[in-house]
Design a protein around this ligand. Structure first.
Ligand code: GDD
Ligand code: MN
Length: 374
């Protein structure tokens, strides 16, 4: 038996949730009755115009484990960071939850997430995208695609490949992990916080577990997710990719060496009296071959791939030809759209999408690793 029970704080950010918050507090208190931890609720309100905070204050008299933190609206991530700091520094929490106020996350699921923590996990995700987890039937195509797209960006661009639901806002996290994370370095304000925090936890080697949950559509009020959040979300995923990826850098270096090989071979062949139309594809193919061997032996050396070397070589070649197509289409497209600019600019612009296509296909197909991407 534990002498002192662990302290768990459910952090609920609110912005105009006056129609939800009282019922949520009530439902959570019911759940707490069968949990052995010392359970608390921390509402982080951003001066909601509908006066959500007044409702919470009114409840505090009869709920001594209900806490309220007020602030100015700067986004979901800023609210969570404020809440997590408060839970650690003022409330000495051992575990915190992230939970929405709108009943999208079922209070009945709280004990299940907590049980996973008790079983040894550091970071438990109430996941919609593992077996048994669901999204609402009522969700239209836009919301479905938005959520799918968000997870694809997080998994493949930011590289959090092993987690299915990277954007989930229902989580239980040990503060021993949070204390190792520098919130100032997350550089996010809005919903991108979910991915930024998950990535930081992974970097700290947190034991991450996904528990299936049914995500319920809200009945009162509306979603606060805006276009700013989406833009920040994508930029943040790029930032994580560049910040954490030595692999991508190596890939770029190899690509640059390929340019040298390409032009070098081309020059030598011309000097040998080759026809330029014959020399060009030979030079291109040779640079593809040297790129392949360098990527195979250096950039992706650590990857465990299922294919044989020959298959990888063929795939690499196919991807190279495809990115040639991408580069050329960009060149043609820009030449037609912006005919007044120098053709060198169009040619150069083609390198960017071609490199990205090249990298992602090689990273997730040719040299596909069974675990996470780096
Ligand atoms: N304090 C504060 N400040 N609270 C906020 C803010 C803010 O700027 N923005 C949103 N909230 C609160 C809402 O009041 C709600 O309690 C919770 O955060 C979630 O906001 P919703 O607007 O209901 O989010 P959603 O339903 O679109 O998104 C949910 O699913 C996403 C993944 O698909 C959330 O769980 C997200 O965290 C999650 O990423
Ligand atoms: Mn919601």
């Amino acid at each position: 038996m534990n002498a002192t029970p662990l302290k768990t704080v459910i952090i609920v950010p609110t912005y105009n949730e006056r129609d939800n918050i009282a019922a949520l507090v009530q439902a959570l208190q019911e759940e707490f009755k069968c949990i052995r931890h010392d359970m608390h609720i921390l509402v982080v309100d951003d001066n909601s115009p509908d006066r959500t905070a007044d409702v919470v204050q009114g409840l505090q008299a009869s709920h001594p484990n209900l806490h309220l933190l007020n602030g100015q609206k700067q986004g979901l991530g800023v609210a969570y960071i404020r809440g997590m700091r408060h839970a650690m520094e003022e409330l000495s929490a051992d575990i915190v939850f992230e939970m929405d106020a709108d009943f999208s996350h079922k209070p009945e699921d709280v004990p299940r997430l907590l049980a996973a923590i008790d079983a040894g996990a550091d970071f438990v995700i109430g996941s919609r995208y593992v077996r048994g987890g669901t999204i609402p039937d009522e969700w239209g195509l836009y919301r479905r695609l938005n959520s799918r797209f968000g997870n694809i960006v997080a998994r493949y661009l930011a590289g959090i490949y092993s987690v299915r639901d990277c954007t989930a806002g229902f989580r239980a996290i040990r503060t021993s992990i949070l204390r190792r994370i520098d919130f100032d370095k997350l550089r996010v304000q809005g919903y991108a916080f979910q991915v930024a925090l998950l990535h930081a936890a992974k970097t700290c080697k947190a034991k991450i577990v996904e528990i299936p949950v049914n995500f319920i559509d809200r009945t009162h009020g509306e979603s606060k997710l805006g276009i700013r959040d989406i833009i920040e979300f994508i930029l943040n995923a790029w930032w994580i990719r560049f910040d954490s990826s030595k692999t991508f850098l190596k890939f770029i270096i190899v690509g640059a060496s390929g340019v040298v090989v390409n032009l070098g071979v081309f020059t030598i062949l011309l000097a040998q009296g080759f026809n330029k139309y014959g020399a060009s594809p030979i030079a291109i193919e040779l640079s593809i071959v040297t790129n392949f061997f360098l990527n195979n032996g250096w950039t992706f050396r650590w990857r465990k791939t299922k294919d044989r070397m020959r298959t990888r070589g063929i795939k690499f070649n196919a991807v190279s030809l495809l990115s040639l197509g991408v580069s050329y289409s960009t060149f043609v497209g820009l030449s037609m759209l912006l005919p007044d600019y120098p053709p060198q600019l169009h040619q150069f612009a083609g390198i960017i999408p071609a490199t990205l296509v090249n990298y992602f296909l090689n990273s997730y197909w040719t040299f596909k690793h069974t675990e996470d991407a780096h």
